[in-house]
Design a protein around this ligand. Sequence first.
Ligand code: GDP
Length: 378
Amino acid sequence: MFKGLKEKLKNWTKKISEKTETIDEPEKLVEAPKKEDEKAEIKDVGLPMEFDAGMQKYIPDTEEIKSIEENLQETVEKKEEIKPGEKGFLKKITSKLIKVKISEKEFEVYSEELEMLLLENNVALEVAEEIISKLKSEIVGKEFLKKEVEEEIKDSLKEIIKEILIEPFSLVDEIKKKKTGEPYVILFCGINGTGKTTTVAKIAEQLKGKKISSVLAAADTFRAASIEQLQKHGERIGVKVISHEYGTDPASVGFDAIKYAKKNLINCVLIDTAGRIHTSKNLLKEIEKVSKVCKPDLKLFIGESITGNDAIEQVKSFNWSIGIDGIILTKADIDEKGGTSLSVSYVTKKPILYLGTGQEYDAIEVFDKNKFIKRLGL
Ligand code: GDP
């Protein structure tokens, strides 16, 4: 899941961190001379203010310190002459203290690459631009220790993505807040084939596990076999389905399901609506009517994780027409990219509540921002 974005981000972060401008080399240091050259042995770059000379404690005076320093400097210079450019032990250690800075020019070069990799992995252009502009203000011109620069970039990306993904609320908690005797009504919208009907059944099954009863409303009275499809799901999971004839008003199916729930003290009504092309004005008008009549507590958009820009256009028009409250992305199990989650959250400012992770009823997981970020390797 989401391997595309993970791999690409990892490579990019590594690349830019290797190409940073060095601004602070450590002081010139040389390799410690070999043991046989006892006089030239350098144990420490700093001079001891006192040391043991046999049994006595010996404290050198200022003149002596000066002369030792001069000798040491000579030895250092000699050593450099002997093995110019050779990387030594001390150099290796202190190279970790090199400070680096990412210049604006460097960032511009690499940001183009970052934009491409984000777009290729289903991140919408406006989201990619936001990520890049925030990352730029976080890292350009700042000093980092070379050994830490990769982690610093990763941390910045992590925070930016965390901000883009809206914090999800708990559906179960919301349902439990509803006063007794009043069912909690959820309207599901989205286009055909995205997994909407399956998701309605998955949610009912999840709620059952939390001791929350539900009834399903087959409000897709438009597409042939849709009512039977929902009824089949209902039978399999043992949940009642309310349906009317094909061609009847979908709003009335929802209304009847709510009536049924009130009468039978059922906690939740899940309304499955007809999948509609988000560009069809008539069908969008129809779902507006269902929404007005049934007054749902929650309007959920169902979209496919794998479709990228299509899912973004869909969620925008459903949000515009009925004002959605949350998102469920299906087929995350077969999504190698991962960018759709970022895009749908950013364009709607609404949280993703669940990810569909397969065809089985239990193949659904509560969306967890930290888990998502971990899946991206950040
Ligand atoms: P609808 O037309 O939007 O109601 O879509 P359906 O519920 O009929 O689902 C369409 C297809 O997607 C079916 O074959 C489902 O089994 C499949 N599907 C639904 N959710 C998921 C999911 O999370 N992962 C995978 N791999 N398939 C899914």
